[in-house]
Design a protein around this ligand. Sequence first.
Ligand code: ACM
Ligand code: ZN
Length: 470
Amino acid sequence: MKEKISVIPKPVSINYTGGFFKSNTVPQIITKNVNAKNAEEYKLVITQDQITIEAETPAGVYHGQQTFRQLVLSEYKNGELVLPCAEITDYPRFSWRGFMLDCSRYFYSVEFIKNLIDILSLHHINRFHWHLTDDQGWRLPVAEYPLLTEIGSRRVDRRYPESTYVGGFYTENDIKEIVSFASSRHIEVIPEVDLPGHTSAVLASYPGLGCTGGPYRTEDRFGIFEDVLCAGNDKILDLFAAIFDTLAKLFPSQWVHIGGDEVLFNRWQECPKCQKKLAELGLNKIPELQSWITQKLVKMLLERGKTAIGWDEILDASEKFPLPKEAVVMSWRGKAGGIKASNSGHKVIMTPNTEGCYLDHKQFDSKEEPGHLLQGVAAVYKTYSMEPIPSEVKNENTNLILGGQCNLWSEVIYAGKIAEYMIFPRICALAETVWTPKEEKDFEDFSKRLEVHRLRLDALGVNQYRGALK
Ligand code: ACM
Ligand code: ZN
């Protein structure tokens, strides 16, 4: 019989009221509508004879249910549920508690994604950032550009003889199913279409949109590639419009992620059309063309009622075409981009690759561990220690930090079960960082609760990393 409530993330406060709730079945929860300060707030009240959730919103009720679900998963044993009587008051520190899945480098099934979303929601994660396009595969059907999925969704799998193709795309129905499933779990799905770099799959489908005209292929290697959309070809704006119309139709989220990372400028430098565009716009240096494209993307989304999010490169070389104030910056190259962005008035999501937010990194330094070591080991402790509000953010701008996120890039992932191994338990650590008050966090205490939490993940069939946490 456990005397203490042990859940992840740790709630804001737990007040033990004495005695135990005991039941031979999983009880019905009583819900009560009450006023709350935070839209996601709930109170879970365990007395000797009943379980009550008090909340103002459906999201609050859902979070209360997930905390209770955790307790049932670990404490319902041999046909009996025993819980200490307590009042748990709880609400999140941040409104953005995210996870990104790269479905380009590895094409995950709808079933895998739904199951993952369900388990993320158990941890009060509320944003699923869906990386739908990249050099190695385009996963979004766009009616006006059918070759994106006919050609751009397939690539040669280099692990096998040349003739072996892998890939796929999500149909409109698949997307609707995932969005609706996520919504029922209070998770908002934010689609990412990565522009104007990481677009080999687009160029393979529509070679006229590149600077050289090709030949191109949906990349079967991993890396950063020189061929990107031609900034001097206004037909790229038609492509953007068609993509955004599609996204606006399929995704109710207020946000769309436009990518913007790792654009190489060699092709633009050598391209007469790009040079002409540079002169027309009165720009001095080629990288500024990206800020012109970014401004177009942000404005096209605003016209469709959507707010753009981009990787922190969207701040670079933006003197002539400043980043529109509505654009949200996702800080990934450490926290510097997020600090700069928030101090210039932009909203920010922190996902620094230097601080345990990149789940493609190894969790332990061993040849036998999956992942890589490009920015060092991303041990669970490192993820847990990531503080979304760095001291360099001015006090008056701290409210611009919406929260934090972990990302799983899938170059080194060959199966959903490997993805789970990379995600868990690091996402549990992130979940606590973005939910629990900073002063309530304690890694030793988290590690103890994780031992109980592992039983829940086991019960749910999750493949989790079990090695050293530091
Ligand atoms: C990124 O990791 N290229 C955003
Ligand atoms: Zn060009």
